[in-house]
Design a binder for this molecule. Structure first.
Ligand code: ADP
Ligand code: MG
Length: 253
């Protein structure tokens, strides 16, 4: 896709868990080469929305179109194979494995013609190619000096970036990041924002959930605000910051 093209379209997506409505008819889009932020109080339904989009836990109703195709009934692995990668709210690295091995797990999700052979190490060429591609992604995010370090030995800010490298290893055009800045120090947040700006500049579409308002407002091109499972507001960061409904939701709740 070209920068500016709509790559993700969420249409009237609802998700219910028994009697609880976690998402209620939510719609928005994400374009190539933009950072879209999803914000809102705890329990607003942001992670649930990520699960609906990425096929981890499909919506009860509504459509998810990725690259102009319906994906809301596809398995998460198939959606990943088509070019959507995500990270989770809590770090999911294997702490004793190297950075390279952690990222290679992501490379296995896509680009491998023969997933089973590659993961069983029956296909040595394929394995070598994946490790080479993984190393390239680690360089791309600026962690080349840590290729063989145990992932768990790195500070949290770098672990988050390893997770992004792992997502990139699947060669996505859309990245979903669930609270990537949570718990990071100021300088780590700055490094993360710089990386996301670089990826955006390369045409990546980025959808991120984030609590840190300074981080969101300094980075996002557009913002969707959720509250109680519904979309409360959508707009440019400046509009959102001045929106009375949004101020009410944040100050009032
Ligand atoms: P956020 O990420 O915005 O903090 P979540 O999407 O995690 O919010 O949660 C939204 C609501 O859905 C919460 O009330 C939560 O308890 C509920 N919820 C999330 N996942 C499940 C699940 N698997 N089963 C039942 N309820 C869930
Ligand atoms: Mg969440």
């Amino acid at each position: 896709p070209q920068a500016g093209d709509t790559i993700l379209e969420v249409r009237e997506v609802s998700k219910r868990f028994g009697g609880l409505t976690a998402n209620n008819a939510v719609s928005f889009t994400v374009r190539a080469g933009e950072v879209m932020a999803l914000i809102g109080p705890n329990g607003a339904g942001k992670s649930t929305m990520f699960n609906c989009i990425s096929g981890v836990n499909p919506p009860t109703e509504g459509e998810v179109r990725f690259l102009n195709q319906r994906v809301e009934r596809l398995e998460s692995r198939e959606i990943a194979r088509r070019g959507m990668s995500r990270t989770f709210q809590h770090v999911r690295l294997l702490p004793t494995m190297s950075v390279l091995d952690n990222v290679a797990i992501g490379a296995h999700l896509r680009g491998s013609r023969n997933f089973v052979h590659a993961s069983c190490r029956l296909d040595r060429d394929e394995e070598r190619r994946l490790r080479h591609e993984s190393a390239r992604q680690i360089e791309r995010v600026g962690l080349g000096e840590h290729l063989f370090d145990a992932a768990g030995s790195l500070p949290l800010g770098k672990q988050r970036i390893v997770e992004i490298a792992r997502a990139l290893a699947a060669d996505p055009c859309l990245l979903l990041l669930d609270e990537p800045a949570a718990g990071l120090r100021y300088l780590e947040k700055q490094a993360l924002a710089e990386l996301l700006r670089k990826l955006r500049g390369e045409g990546m579409g980025i959808l991120l959930v984030e609590h840190d308002m300074d981080f969101v407002m300094g980075l996002a091109d557009r913002v969707v605000v959720m509250e109680f499972g519904e979309k409360l507001a959508e707009g440019l960061p400046k509009q959102i910051q001045e929106d009375p409904k949004v101020l009410q939701a944040y100050l009032g709740g």
